[in-house]
Design a protein around this ligand. Structure first.
Ligand code: AHG
Ligand code: MN
Ligand code: MN
Length: 346
């Protein structure tokens, strides 16, 4: 069976892309190069001094792991050298990273990224990932990237994707014409097309949520979880609960098998935990291109949310469209406001 590498695939599909002058090809190729470098470190993380924390925290007050910072540096350097990217918004950097050098200032794209998603799983050898989103810049070419380049609606994304460093390493991405998955073949060092034209089943039997937060969930979520756990053979209930704690891994499983992932608002996270720019928007573009749905639980499409700041958090309901619709019905019926649990925390 002939193998199609990622580079061959991108070039074949280049004509699909309105700005088909090889720009996006170079950008995605540089993304895949950085992914291979990060993959190499992830695969031997236990053997080199790349585990653990660096003793600093990021803008979110989360302890930065060595691999968070390592991945951030690798993707930033590779995207900068592509000459197509003039700036980056990254979970690991408080402000935008805009390049001074002449070559990247000519770049027509910006990238938002979560260089390493699922950091709490790094040291325990559980799947982690990288998430990215690509936009055309709105600021003038030849200048540094500007803040307005990074707060564009999710509908303006020209490409979105993720890399999952799991039992195998895969890159899954879309440029608005379907979703395709590529598996890294270490023997040739190439990402090879393994999952063409991915479509998520309209319904599934997997729900994915951190049930440890149940007491802090809005009533609508609590009632939906009860619904998932009731016996009802025709609808496949009780569903199966699966929660890995790495968005990329939970999302990827549901994309292939069907299911719903929810990170709602809760008393601990009044706006939700996941970030709009580099976790929810890219995953929303991918899931919609695969025939699924992504909303904030209150009827608003994730990609229609107006970004206000780089690290803005939003509630995230994503997966099989029939399951997201049902969850939204429960939110509407029972309410989506977070409960007052001030007495519980005493
Ligand atoms: P990151 O490691 O980039 O900060 O992302 C972690 C996110 C996401 O990957 C996952 O779905 C979620 O945090 C898990 O949160 P809880 O541990 O609160 O369930
Ligand atoms: Mn993340
Ligand atoms: Mn991260």
């Amino acid at each position: 069976m002939s193998v199609t590498t990622l580079n061959e695939f991108i070039i074949e599909r280049q004509a699909d892309f309105p700005y088909a002058k090889g720009e996006l090809t170079r950008l995605l190729t540089h993304m895949s190069v950085a992914a291979k470098v990060v993959n190499r470190e992830v695969n031997k993380a236990g053997l080199v001094d790349i585990l653990g924390e660096i003793g600093k925290s990021n803008v979110h007050g989360e302890d930065q792991k060595k691999l968070d910072v390592y991945a951030d540096e690798k993707f930033i350097n590779s995207l900068k050298s592509s000459g197509e990217c003039c700036g980056i918004a990254s979970e690991e950097n408080k402000d935008i990273v805009s390049f001074d050098e002449e070559l990247p200032k000519q770049g027509r794209y910006i990238v938002t990224m979560d260089p390493l998603d699922g950091s709490s799983n790094i040291d325990v050898n559980v799947s982690i990932g990288t998430i990215f989103s690509i936009f055309r810049r709105v600021s003038p070419v030849g200048h540094k990237a500007a803040p307005e380049d990074f707060v564009q609606d999710g509908t303006k994304q020209v490409a979105a994707g993720y890399i999952i460093y799991g039992s195998s390493t895969m890159m899954v991405y879309t440029t608005g014409r379907g979703v395709n998955g590529f598996t890294l073949d270490p023997s040739i060092g190439e990402f090879c097309l393994s999952h063409p034209d991915i479509l998520i089943p309209h319904s599934g039997i997997i729900y994915s949520i951190n049930e440890g937060n149940n007491i802090k969930f809005p009533e609508g979520v609590k009632q939906y979880l009860k619904y998932c756990q009731e016996k009802d053979v025709p609808t496949g209930r009780p569903y199966t609960s699966r929660y890995i704690g790495s968005l990329v891994a939970d999302f990827h499983r549901n994309l292939l098998k069907g299911g719903i992932f929810i990170y709602p608002i809760s008393a601990g996270y009044p706006s939700g935990k996941l970030r709009l720019l580099y976790e929810c928007n890219p995953m929303a573009m991918i899931i919609e291109q695969a025939g699924g749905k992504a909303t904030d639980g209150r009827g608003t499409r994730i990609m229609d949310l107006k970004p206000e700041s780089l690290h803005q958090r939003v509630p995230f309901y994503v997966g099989s469209r029939n399951m997201v619709n049902t969850a939204e019905e429960f939110m509407k019926k029972y309410g989506w406001k977070e409960p007052d649990i001030s007495d519980i925390d005493k």
